[in-house]
Design a protein around this ligand. Structure first.
Ligand SMILES: C[S@@+](CC[C@H](N)C(=O)[O-])C[C@H]1O[C@@H](n2cnc3c(N)ncnc32)[C@H](O)[C@@H]1O
Length: 233
């Protein structure tokens, strides 16, 4: 077991450093800030559906899932239900995840909200793999313990959070073949966001069929990518 200890990023929120690949789970410029900007604002908030099927590549610390559940709880998006599927090959131990300071930072001194957010976060990490679990009234989580490179997704996803380790460290995750799998399981008008703005990644997404735009990134990152599955005429 890794026995990860949190490190603090520039917005005060935690992340983990992985020595084997010399990379963190999030940007050291701010983990919460990065997740909100890339996955919530640029991705999820673009979807107008009332029930959203969402796929995440890389559950990791559960930060994206937690921010998504809280947004839904606070009714800051139109959706009334989110079915959240997340793929993870190397799950963290519950004790590692419970060290992270996300609930207190997300609740921002609102005690009622803090209780809910803590309970969501704990449920997310203690829930069994391979089963759908209800985390809140409107948020349903299905964590899948498997290798994305070998996974054949079924379903039809409206929003995709592509949050693998970087293309430099995990090139096999960012190939055209991987994006083709995602294109095939993406619903019409689906939106996918990621933090990398590399030309090779953009071209791999385009070759897989996505329409891709570069959009401004969070502090410390000039640009990120947003891909859509637009209906062909
Ligand atoms: C950049 S981290 C982000 C994780 C997460 N979204 C978060 O906010 O903490 C990348 C994640 O992808 C996972 N991962 C790496 N290779 C994978 C693979 N082949 N299949 C599924 N997950 C993988 C890692 O274990 C890690 O949790």
């Amino acid at each position: 077991m890794q026995n990860f200890k949190p490190i603090i990023t520039n917005d005060g929120s935690h992340t983990f450093y992985v020595p084997e690949i010399d990379e963190c789970y999030h940007s050291t410029n701010g983990a919460i800030q990065e997740s909100r900007h890339i996955f919530i604002d640029a991705g999820l908030k673009q979807c107008e559906k009332t029930e959203i099927n969402l796929l995440e590549i890389g559950f990791g610390t559960g930060l994206n899932a937690l921010l998504t559940a809280v947004l839904l709880e606070k009714e800051e998006i139109r959706a009334k239900k989110i079915n959240y599927t997340s793929i993870e090959l190397y799950p963290l131990a519950v004790e590692e995840a419970m060290q992270l300071n996300y609930p207190e930072l997300i609740a921002q001194k609102d005690d009622n909200l803090l209780k809910k957010v803590e309970s969501f976060f704990e449920k997310m990490h203690t829930s069994p793999w391979g089963k759908e679990v209800q985390i809140s009234e409107k948020f349903f989580l299905r964590k899948l313990h498997l290798d994305f490179t070998l996974y054949e997704p079924n379903g039809s996803f409206d929003v995709i959070y592509f949050d693998a380790f970087s293309p430099e460290k995990q090139p096999e995750m960012w190939s055209e073949a991987m994006f083709k799998k995602l294109y095939l399981c993406a619903a019409k008008n689906a939106v996918m966001t990621t933090y990398s703005a590399k030309g090779a990644v953009r071209r791999a997404m385009q070759s897989a069929g996505f329409t891709v735009e570069r959009i401004p990134g969070p502090p410390g990152k000039r640009e990120i990518l947003r891909a859509r599955k637009l209906s062909k005429l």
